[in-house]
Each structure stands twice: as C-alpha cells, then as structure tokens.
Design a protein around this ligand. Structure first.
Ligand code: HEM
Length: 158
C-alpha cells in the first residue's frame, strides 16, 4: 500500500462528504423554507428545478468520489473482512448511506419525484413541500449521525 495515495484518498473522501452533505444541509435548511414562503407554484417549481439542476451534478460527483476513495481505502487497508465483523458496524453504516443516496440521486429524484413535481405541487403544495422537507431532514440527520459514528468507530469508541 502506498501511504501517500492512502492519504490522498482519505482527503478526497472527506472533501466529497463535506460538499455532498453540506449541500444537503443547505437544501434542507435554506431552500425548502424559502420555497414554502414563495407566492406561486410556478415560482416553487422554477426554484426547485434551478437549484436541483446545479446541485445534482455536484452531489453525483461527490457521491462517486466518496465511493471510489472509500473502496480504495478498504482495499489499501485490506479491510474487506470488516464488512462482516459486527465490531465494524459503522463501516456498513457508511456503505448503506452511500447506497441510499445513490438510489435517491440516480433513480428516485430524476425518474420519480422530478417528473411528477409540478402535479404534486399543484394538488397540495403545502403538504408536498412539507413531505419533501421532512425526507431531506431525515437524510441530513442520518448523514450527520453516520459521520459521528464513523469518527467514534475509527477512534475505537464504539
Ligand atoms: C462506498 C461507501 C464508503 C466506503 C467503502 C467507505 C470507506 C471508508 C474507509 C475505509 C474509511 C477509513 C476507515 C479507517 O481509517 O479505519 C472511511 C473514513 C470515513 N468515511 Fe467513509 N466510506 C464510504 C462512504 C462514506 C459516507 C457515505 C460517508 C458520510 C456520511 C463517509 C464518511 C467517512 C468519514 C467522516 C470518515 C473519516 C475520515 C477521517 O477521519 O479521515 N464515508 N470511509
């Protein structure tokens, strides 16, 4: 294992997590409250699409970097057995979160939520926005918890 490349992978891993989870934090705590205060559904759909269009490529790239750098670290450490060792449950938590976000970024948002957004907002905008914001809060809290348990796990606290 090259220590230098391990450090590079670890730095990329953390940078990817910062950009991606930081973006989720901004969308959840800034974009949704602003959207709920807008006057019309046209404005809401427009704002959602503008932000999504810019954030989605960033989030996808960050997701890819986190996954590739994570896999590189697992292989450098030859730590594959951790995934079946209950002591390292926090490793499984990282991968599970990564898979959930992959599903959201590549399937749920572009193919299920996105195309039906206008219709959903037209029917009951308050309920639709509340539901979307709640979903983002759950993902944000889950992500922050995973980051905390990973740090705890690495330092042997768990
Ligand atoms: C395919 C998915 C992933 C894999 C294979 C993976 C793998 C790894 C590995 C091997 C480490 C180093 C562990 C050690 O030093 O003992 C690590 C560190 C870390 N990972 Fe992941 N990870 C993945 C996804 C994630 C996700 C989704 C998050 C964010 C919630 C995350 C957050 C972190 C953090 C915060 C660290 C600690 C960084 C540090 O202190 O330097 N990882 N990951």
């Amino acid at each position: 294992m090259s220590y230098k490349w391990f450090v590079v992978a670890r730095a990329l891993h953390v940078l990817g997590v910062v950009i991606w989870i930081g973006g989720i934090g901004a969308v959840t705590t800034v974009m949704f409250p602003v959207m709920r205060r807008l006057d019309s559904n046209e404005q809401r759909v427009w704002m959602f699409q503008q932000i999504e269009r810019r954030f989605r490529p960033q989030a996808r790239l960050a997701w890819l970097i986190v996954g590739l750098s994570g896999l590189y670290m697992v292989s450098s450490l030859d730590a594959w057995s951790r995934f079946v060792n209950a002591h390292y449950w926090w490793m499984d938590a990282m991968v599970a979160l990564w898979l959930i976000f992959g599903l959201m970024l590549f399937i749920v948002e572009p193919f299920i939520v996105g195309p039906r957004l206008e219709e959903t907002l037209r029917d009951d905008p308050v309920r639709a926005l509340r539901r979307m914001q709640a979903m983002h809060w759950i993902l944000l809290i889950l992500s922050l918890l995973v980051i905390a348990v990973v740090i705890g796990g690495i330092y042997g606290w768990l």
